[in-house]
Write a protein that binds this ligand. Sequence first.
Ligand SMILES: CC(=O)[C@@H](O)[C@H](O)COP(=O)(O)O
Length: 256
Amino acid sequence: MNMLEIGNKTFRSRLMLGTGKYPSFDMQKRAVEVSETEILTFAVRRMDIFDEEEPNLLEELDLQKYSLLPNTAGAKTAEEAVRIARLAHASGLCNMIKVEVIGCDKTLLPDPFETMKASVQLLEEGFTVLTYTSDDVVLAKRLEEEGVHAIMPGASPIGSGQGIVNPMNLEFIIEQSSIPVIVDAGIGSPKDAAYAMELGADGILLNTAVSSAGHPVKMAEAMKLGVKAGRLSYEAGRIPKKIYASKSSPEIGMIK
Ligand SMILES: CC(=O)[C@@H](O)[C@H](O)COP(=O)(O)O
């Protein structure tokens, strides 16, 4: 399978995991390991990485094996997002940042204007910027033109598990993009992940579907396989859909 390239980094795994809502650190550690993910995202504001007294997932993991992707969750304005990104950078974390600026408390959909403003500012400051956005096709293009390193369109609202509600928009975004498209948020099951990958997404970022599953470790493995199957299918090229049947066995040489 081809590798995933984001900025100047290369990854074998196309599955990225969030780090919230697991029943325990031990469960989370096992889920992360079995998923074979190489990128873990975490909310800088929610994880007290500076408090040595507090238990911290990052201490449980072999950090040589993972790239940490800090995100600006909790930000509602560009200014807040930029401040969070600078804090992450100042604390010695890598200079990749997932820009997430929420515009609506009920749907948790991103604010397109503040998202754009924050992305542009962080690009100017030299960050590798991965931007969480809605599945708005024009906004995705504008973000790419500004120079972001990856687009992260939501499949459906965060934590909803609704899967891909608008595959057509996702296909338009994928078709027009020359930067990685990582489907982020709303994935409910491995079927959704495989579908997104079959459509040509470059990767999947998910959290709730694994962390809140009945058995997070098994679901992490299922997601790994779903992402791999979808990618392999995309690279293999699926057969075109036809309206009518066509026989599976050739008729030449058949006994009449
Ligand atoms: C944008 C965002 O915050 C997502 O990364 C979220 O953490 C994952 O969404 P799900 O929990 O729906 O997978």
